[in-house]
Design a protein. Structure first.
Length: 241
């Protein structure tokens, strides 16, 4: 399917650019900057992801995330589903104290003093020094291990610090009835072939979602794999209600 080829190409490009963009997704640098009263690139990026999720849900995860690109490459070696809802809770257990740490850092610094989007980068490049390269390869190893040990997009399920921003944004969008990208299905045409479930990179039971007429799921990254693999075109990725 052309759409999936485009999606995977975008993920690959994003992953190849990860040495440049790494620090703009850093949960650590946002606290370091906070201790100096500096709003960093990662702070701005996380705020942008939240705002984008109001209209596009977690589509960033499915189409542009560099870590997602690496994990989908790992699926070529080990392609198994992530088991257990408890794995999905880990990221929230990490996320809440991390947010508290950010707030405490800015309080300690006496508030916001400046904005530096390129904080701790070398001319905008993250892995341009030995410490940056060590950090880069450390993150690559961590993401790869989680994907291989836990299964499809194991890092997304377990420790992703960006996902909660988009999950909350998606839920807020639904509550406020903001038109946004979502999955829509017509269960009457479903032949229960389970191709949608087998092809879901987030290990979701998509066929059960279709039959239950509940296509919303906090772990759905709106990649469109289920829609594109359905022989009866039961599922659509759309903005329409």
């Amino acid at each position: 399917m052309k759409r999936q080829r485009i999606r995977k190409l975008l993920l690959l490009i994003s992953f190849l650019l990860f040495p440049v963009t790494l620090f703009y997704f850093s949960p650590y640098l946002i606290i370091m900057g906070g201790l100096e009263g500096i709003i960093t690139g990662s702070f701005i990026m996380f705020a942008a992801l939240f705002l984008i999720s109001l209209f596009f849900g977690r589509a960033f995860c499915g189409w542009l995330c560099p870590a997602g690109g690496l994990q989908e490459c790992c699926m070529l070696a080990v392609d198994k589903k992530v088991n257990g809802r408890k794995v999905n809770l880990i990221k929230y257990i990490i996320w809440i104290p991390w947010l508290a740490g950010i707030a405490l850092a800015f309080i300690t610094a006496g508030g916001v003093h400046s904005v530096n989007f390129f904080y701790m980068t070398f001319h905008g490049i993250s892995a341009a020094s030995l410490p940056g390269l060590i950090t880069y390869f450390g993150i690559i190893i961590l993401i790869t291990l989680l994907a291989l040990l836990l299964g499809r997009r194991g890092m997304c399920h377990s420790i992703c610090w960006m996902a909660p921003f988009m999950v909350i944004g998606t839920k807020l969008s639904t509550a406020l009835h903001i038109p946004s990208l979502h999955l829509k299905s017509n269960s009457s045409n479903c032949v229960n072939c389970n191709l949608c479930t087998r092809n879901c990179p987030m290990s979701l039971e998509v066929s059960s979602m279709v039959l239950g007429d509940t296509m919303s799921h906090s772990e759905c990254i709106l990649c469109g794999e289920c829609a594109d693999s359905c022989p009866k075109k039961v599922i659509k990725l759309t903005f329409k209600s």
